[in-house]
Design a protein around this ligand. Structure first.
Ligand code: GRG
Length: 307
């Protein structure tokens, strides 16, 4: 049995832990294969640096959301593996660049020193550049996607990672340090820097499964709500979490006077908003054209995370 074979969505006998473990292993194995290199090549250090970040202990949440969306439509999960790896590459690039001294200047990520500390600032910049461009190359070279699907995936990923998505959100984030921003600006920042890539993962699954347009729209809404809830959970963990769980130092946001859900709304209201977004998400999931037990369980797990 293929490691990615799971019971079809209409059978309710799936096990979330099984999916999380098998898919994480399978995604990391594929990322490993996709970044194999010749140690004698003059730019071998680029691959070493890239693999230091990419093959470390990420949760692989965005690829898992893509695969869980395919599962909803009874699609072979293997068909989405290249797109799943591509979105993890885009995510990892954003983490590497976000940690740089000119951005958040963080020392730890995924339980290890950040890439610019372990290698060098210029190498970290180039590793991020490589991951972003290589993500699109991986989609273009995929054997499991049609030409139309490749174009749609490239359009979705580039738009959601771009100025009206993740990069725009990051600009608001940097501009909001030490500022008292409104709840509306906070939401716009969370939607851009976190939710847009989560939306891209769900919509990518819908593209590969040729899902109905109504489902694509619902998945976009689900992505927005869980993305914002996920970021609020991240902001809360920065106050309440531990290094051992998170793989990065707690208290970093407050130290940098970051505008976060906790600093703008307060801890209690942030927790209440997260719960409300979770309930709304579960209601929208019920409106999809098919039962979505795996996606639903995965989302519950993400929102109630400890790291
Ligand atoms: C384009 C430079 C540039 C930055 C993009 C948002 C962002 C902007 C960079 C990443 C930093 C950050 C705090 C993102 C918010 C989303 C978030 C909580 C990321 C962490 O994602 P996880 O928890 O991480 O999925 P792992 O390590 O498990 O993959």
């Amino acid at each position: 049995m293929n490691v990615l074979d799971f019971p079809p969505a209409r059978q309710n006998s799936l096990c979330l832990d099984d999916f999380l473990e098998k898919s994480r292993t399978h995604i990391t194995d594929r990322l490993n294969t996709l970044t194999q290199f010749d140690p004698l090549c003059p730019y071998a250090s680029l691959f070493e640096a890239t693999r230091y970040s990419l093959l470390s202990t990420g949760k692989r949440m965005r690829p898992q959301l893509l695969l869980a969306t395919l599962h909803l439509y009874d699609m072979p999960l293997e068909q989405g593996m290249d797109a799943a790896c591509a979105i993890e590459m885009i995510h990892t690039y954003s983490l590497i660049h976000d940690d740089l001294p000119c951005m958040d200047n963080d020392d730890f990520r995924r339980g290890k020193p950040t890439l610019h500390l372990a290698f060098s600032e210029s190498t970290a910049l180039l590793a991020g550049d490589f991951l972003l461009t290589y993500a699109f190359e991986v989609i273009c070279q995929s054997d499991s996607l049609s030409a139309e699907q490749k174009v749609a995936l490239i359009a979705t990923f580039s738009h959601n990672a771009g100025a009206h998505g993740m990069i725009g959100g990051q600009v608001i984030d940097l501009a909001s340090e030490s500022m008292q921003i409104s709840a509306a600006t906070l939401e716009q920042m969370h939607e851009g820097k976190t939710a847009k890539l989560i939306i891209a993962a769900l919509v990518a699954g819908a593209i590969i499964a040729n899902a109905p347009t109504t489902d694509r729209d619902l998945l976009t809404l689900i992505g927005k709500k869980i993305g914002i809830a996920f970021q609020i959970a991240d902001d809360i963990l920065d106050v309440t979490g531990q290094f051992e769980q998170m793989g990065k130092l707690a208290g970093a946001d407050a130290k940098k006077n970051k505008a976060t859900a906790v600093s703008i709304l307060g801890l209690g209201p942030s927790q209440a908003l997260m719960k409300q977004l979770h309930v709304e998400t579960q209601q929208i999931i019920q409106q999809l054209s098919r039962p979505a037990p795996l996606l639903s369980a995965l989302i519950n797990n993400l929102i109630h995370r400890e790291h």
